[in-house]
Design a protein around this ligand. Structure first.
Ligand code: PEP
Ligand code: MN
Length: 375
């Protein structure tokens, strides 16, 4: 399904001073000096296209620093006047939108917690009606692609055509090296649904750790994302929020200088031919995989019918454990990662269960429908 978004290309509303597009600035505006000094250092790098700063901060616990509030908008104005950098701010209520626009903020973004709540997104969208301002929508905290898409649609329906999405990772129960799991497949899914929608990666909130920002940034660029939003503070060690993930403007330059910029399209014919040949091989293998899956599902159908006739439960846990173990070991021997093989087998298995459930319930559903028509 392609999304029907009415949007303008990123280049029509964002002047990219240096590739890749980098939006940088402190997690929070703390003091006028901190914000203005950080902005000057960032502008001097020549690598930053816009200045970000949180003015109203969504904090998990009450009593934590909840943002400097409206006064920070004046500081942002000064930072912009002195450096020429356009400014970006998170808005979470209609009042934030109004204040930010009155203060001349150039770009607004919807935070992850807001995207998770359609009431909030709609309130922001309503406040944006009739306004021509770029808006970036972060993914929701929970890994739900529809919520992300829904928020983009609400903002777009309000008439905002300068639209982008920000991938900042997702809350997850599982412990990992990241503050928010990237779950790249969700970002790729959004790209598939809306190929023209600019997608910006936020490695700061994904990693929660400045040492991993370069790694995630490279991965995002390799997936053809259009830019990066990176938190930068003049002195991260004393930052009031997100201290561990912020980098000095100097460290930011170092990260950017180490990024390899790869092109989505190949130029030379020789390269093109080689790539086409390799893709051809992959396509053939994909065809085979799908064909084999279809064959497998036909057999699953027979198993379903057999289980039904003999009153056997669909799931036999021992059998599933056995398949999984065997498959993962085989995969390992063939240099596939255990996580990949496990995920693949789980996907195949859940489709088999779905098919068998359908078979088991076919007659029951038929009987129920019959009863209804005769009721
Ligand atoms: C932020 O950008 O500082 C922020 C609060 O991000 P998120 O909404 O992704 O948590
Ligand atoms: Mn932050």
């Amino acid at each position: 399904m392609k999304l029907d978004l009415n949007i303008q290309p990123l280049s029509s509303w964002m002047k990219v001073t240096s590739e890749p597009l980098v939006i940088a600035g402190p997690c929070s505006a703390e003091t006028e000096e901190q914000l203005v000094a950080t902005a000057h250092l960032l502008a001097k790098t020549g690598k930053v296209s816009a200045l970000r700063a949180g003015i109203w901060k969504p904090r998990t616990r009450p009593g934590e620093f909840e943002g400097i509030g409206s006064i920070g908008l004046e500081w942002l104005k000064r930072a912009k006047d002195e450096t020429g950098l356009p400014t970006a701010v998170e808005v979470a209520t209609a009042k934030h939108v109004e204040e930010a626009l009155n203060a001349g903020v150039d770009i607004l973004w919807v935070g992850a917690r807001s995207t998770a709540n359609p009431f909030t997104v709609q309130e922001i969208a309503d406040a944006l009606k009739g306004v021509d301002v770029p808006v970036m929508v972060k993914n929701p905290v929970n890994p739900d692609l529809s919520l992300w898409i829904g928020a983009l649609e609400r903002i777009n329906n309000a008439g905002i055509t300068k639209l982008a999405a920000i991938h900042r990772g997702f809350s997850s129960h599982e412990k990992s090296a990241f503050r928010n799991e990237p779950m790249w497949d969700l970002a790729i899914s959004l790209k598939t649904h809306a190929p023209h929608l600019p997608l910006i990666n936020d490695p700061s909130h994904i990693t929660g750790n400045r040492d991993l920002i370069g790694y995630i940034s490279q991965k995002a660029l390799d997936l053809d994302m259009q830019g990066l939003m990176i938190e930068s503070h003049i002195d991260p060690s004393v930052a009031w929020t997100d201290a561990k993930q912020q980098v000095t403007p100097n460290a930011l330059v170092d990260i950017i200088n180490h990024l390899a910029l790869r092109k989505p399209e190949v130029k030379g014919t020789e390269l093109k031919d080689k790539l086409a040949e390799l893709r051809n091989q992959i396509d053939k293998i994909d065809d085979l995989v799908i064909q084999k899956m279809a064959e497998r599902m036909k057999i699953v159908e027979q198993i379903g019918n057999y289980k039904k006739d003999n009153n056997i439960t669909i799931l036999q846990v021992n059998r599933w454990d056995e398949i999984l173990q065997k498959g993962v070991n085989y995969g390992k021997a063939l240099k596939l990662s255990p996580e990949f093989t496990e995920k693949l087998l789980e996907l195949i298995h859940s489709e088999s269960i779905r098919k068998q459930t359908e078979i088991m319930n076919k007659d029951q559903a038929g009987q129920a429908a019959e009863k209804l028509t005769h009721a």
